[in-house]
Design a protein around this ligand. Sequence first.
Ligand code: PLP
Length: 419
Amino acid sequence: MTSREADRRTPFLSAAQAEEVRGRFGTPCYVYDRAMLEATARRALALPTPYGLTLRYAMKANLSRGILALFRDLGLHIDASSDWEVDRALRAGFTAERIQLTSQMPCRRLPEFAARGIVLNACSVHELDAFGQAAPGRAIAVRLNPGLGSGSTKRTNTGGPSASFGIWHQYLDDVKATAARHRLVIRTLHSHIGSGTDSDVWKRAARMTLDLAAELPDVTTVNLGGGFKVGRMPEEPTVDLDEVADHVASELEGFREREGRALHLEVEPGTYLVAQAGVVLATCIDVVDTGQDGYLFAKLDTGMTEVTRPAMYGAQHPVDVLVTGREPAEVVFVGPCCESGDILTPAPGDAEALGPRWVPRPRIGDLVVVGGAGAYCAAMSMINYNSYPQAPEVMLEPDGALRLLRERQTLDQILANEV
Ligand SMILES: Cc1ncc(COP(=O)(O)O)c(C=O)c1O
């Protein structure tokens, strides 16, 4: 194994640190890298924009309090996707004005949230009307579906005619009429067209959103969402955020020339800020095969329980066996659930098929690392299926210390709400 291979196999943990994690916290265990989280956030905060930038963290990507606290201290704002996430952001110390609520579920605490100063982002005409009834005369945000979407899979596309997110762009007159009825001032126009978007489609959608902003004279901020693609696999592309920022800057300058308004820019990435800064450390618990014409399977103590994305929509995550000097083999990695869909390595582009990987031939007891697990893994985990407890989360500090953020669940905690 070359040293580059060694780097890829342990994105930020040394083999010794990985063993330390297993010894102290057990597997499966999420591990996050504080230095990488901080560097990525600082890079995004420094993006050049002509009329100011607000960086919102789409907290649905990773709700760990350790990560929220870090981003809070760096000055990021929050996009929350439910009333519950608003509460978690408040408990993590974000002030109300730094929290925006963009929810598929109409808010059940509108008067309270409005009074506290949470930024309410209406995702349907019904929500807009409810905002108006609860807080007439208030400044608000509106999420529009600009008519175009893009995602790494169809399941992560949130724009265009197949998506229920935001108000369809042709209903702008309804939006204006509803806002006028309640004297609501639409200050922010928002769109988010999907996760893992194609950059060109994202840029086209940005232009479409600005064209809609031109028809809303009170808009002072345009929020173009997140969705910036991160290549978790070495062969997958990662968006060049500086290039996107340059493009958006010239769009905003063009808008100012045409419309006479300088728009403040907001973006709200989740994946971009956290995906590569997290791994799941696991142990190989069994190795089985299905004969000469079949497959070699490595069963891990992690799978859809901690990293649901591959089973859910065929997402690709690097999976590596932390050993040296072992002969390679083509291996399908599966999780511990009694569920044939519990597959960590589906075929790229075909979630139903198996995608064996060339890795050192695994043996029972080997440490295995699942990479790109900082976003939509702990947050989207299938907690307690087959009664497996929720896995712990650990932060690797810049000085090499491993700090426990969340303990492994106990059986009593799993059963706590049964009556
Ligand atoms: C409204 C909204 N904003 C931002 C994001 C973040 O997307 P990503 O993690 O792809 O950057 C999402 C994710 O689904 C979202 O729904």
